[in-house]
Design a protein around this ligand. Sequence first.
Ligand code: FAD
Length: 108
Amino acid sequence: MLLVGDAAGLVSPLTAGGIHTALESGRASAVALTAALVCDTGAAMTVTIDVPQFRIKRLLRKAFDVFQNDWLFDVLLSTGALSATARLTYFHRRGLLSSSAWKDLLRR
Ligand SMILES: Cc1cc2nc3c(=O)[nH]c(=O)nc-3n(C[C@H](O)[C@H](O)[C@H](O)COP(=O)(O)OP(=O)(O)OC[C@H]3O[C@@H](n4cnc5c(N)ncnc54)[C@H](O)[C@@H]3O)c2cc1C
């Protein structure tokens, strides 16, 4: 069985970035399979694919699983600063560059 990209779990659960790893793992798989098929004798074949280990990312993911806690986000959600940032981000296309954003901020 061969899994690449999202199917192999290479998409980041934090950023949702997975295009680069999907393309890279697909390319590495194709290269390895092509090399193996060149020497195909009809017998069972083992293909080794050179893939990144993502050591730091895996460590961060584990740390996130163990230590992540909602209380800090819950506290931040109740602050005016986060509320203003959210309004700027979601309701004003040009953020601080738009006059309507400033009117909105100063009105509150
Ligand atoms: C809303 C959204 C936004 C994203 N934004 C980004 C971004 O900005 N940057 C980034 O790097 N990544 C982003 N990603 C993640 C990125 O899209 C994926 O990591 C990447 O597309 C994975 O590629 P893939 O080839 O592994 O899988 P996919 O792109 O999902 O391709 C799998 C293909 O297999 C097909 N398929 C499924 N089952 C079968 C079957 N039984 N038979 C035949 N075909 C089948 C599917 O129809 C699909 O076409 C985003 C994902 C989502 C959902």
